[in-house]
Design a protein. Structure first.
Length: 256
């Protein structure tokens, strides 16, 4: 899926295995002050508490308790040619865009459900030889919880946890990243469940996971706490893949 940096990947894996108590403290996600609506360019998303079982169905009545938040993807990261190396590379800043994603979040004190909806004229759900790519969507949360790290895959000292859905995959991926080129799928994806549906020019994707992370590879989400989150979207028919994607800035997620 993405080019892997062996050096950073080995560092992350060694840290998780050799120093679990340090990692647990480093990856604990403290509260951050929630931004007001639209404050600082952020969108405030509230995970509504519903004291009942919740299913992955888009028609589950629990969604009636959620307030829809519109997150704007504001930058498009594209590939550009590098004349010196005769290769291509991603533009770090990208170009300005305005792509809306509707986000709803609910939880029942045990599991949390993220619902994403966005317009897409085609459902790209298969991957063949170039140039056929699948639609995808991702949510990124810093392990620190505060967002004090690089938006683009975090940094070695400020890694991020990414939940990555792609239309052709049987299951979303739980990813650990410590900088551009370092994303590493972790084995903690077994607790990620999902629904996906496309119709009338729109994707609806629901991803659920326990509030409590399966290990230090997965951020634990606590009630009464706010977190920084960012989103990315890949349009397969536009040849989006890997680093070529639309991204948001940081937003806030408050868990009721």
């Amino acid at each position: 899926m993405k080019r892997i940096s062996t050096r950073i990947g080995v560092w992350l894996a060694a840290l998780l295995v050799a120093f679990p108590w340090i990692v647990a403290a480093m990856f604990a996600a403290p509260a951050v002050q929630a931004a007001g609506p639209g404050g600082g360019g952020m969108t405030s998303i509230t995970a509504a508490y519903v004291p009942s079982s919740i299913s992955l169905s888009p028609s589950d009545p629990a969604w009636g308790a959620a307030t829809a938040a519109t997150v704007t993807l504001v930058r498009y990261i594209d590939y550009v040619s590098n004349a010196d190396t005769n290769d291509t590379m991603c533009m770090m800043l990208g170009s300005a865009i305005n792509r809306a994603v509707t986000v709803k979040v609910v939880h029942n004190g045990s599991d949390i459900f993220f619902r994403y909806e966005w317009s897409d004229s085609t459902a790209d759900a298969t991957v063949n030889d170039t140039p056929k790519f699948a639609d995808a969507f991702a949510m990124e949360i810093p392990y620190s919880g505060s967002g004090g790290t690089a938006l683009a895959m975090g940094t070695q000292s400020g890694p991020v946890n990414i939940v990555f859905w792609r239309a052709d995959l049987m299951q979303p991926q739980n990813i650990v990243a410590g900088g551009i080129g370092t994303p590493q799928p972790s084995p903690d994806a077994q607790n990620l469940l999902h629904y996906q549906g496309w119709g009338n020019g729109k994707w609806t994707v629901i991803v659920s996971r326990p509030l409590t992370g399966a290990s230090v590879n997965q951020v634990t989400l606590s009630r009464g706490t706010s977190y920084r989150v960012a989103f990315a979207n890949w349009n397969g028919s536009a040849l989006d893949r890997n680093g070529r994607k639309a991204i948001s800035g940081w937003n806030t997620l408050a868990i009721q």
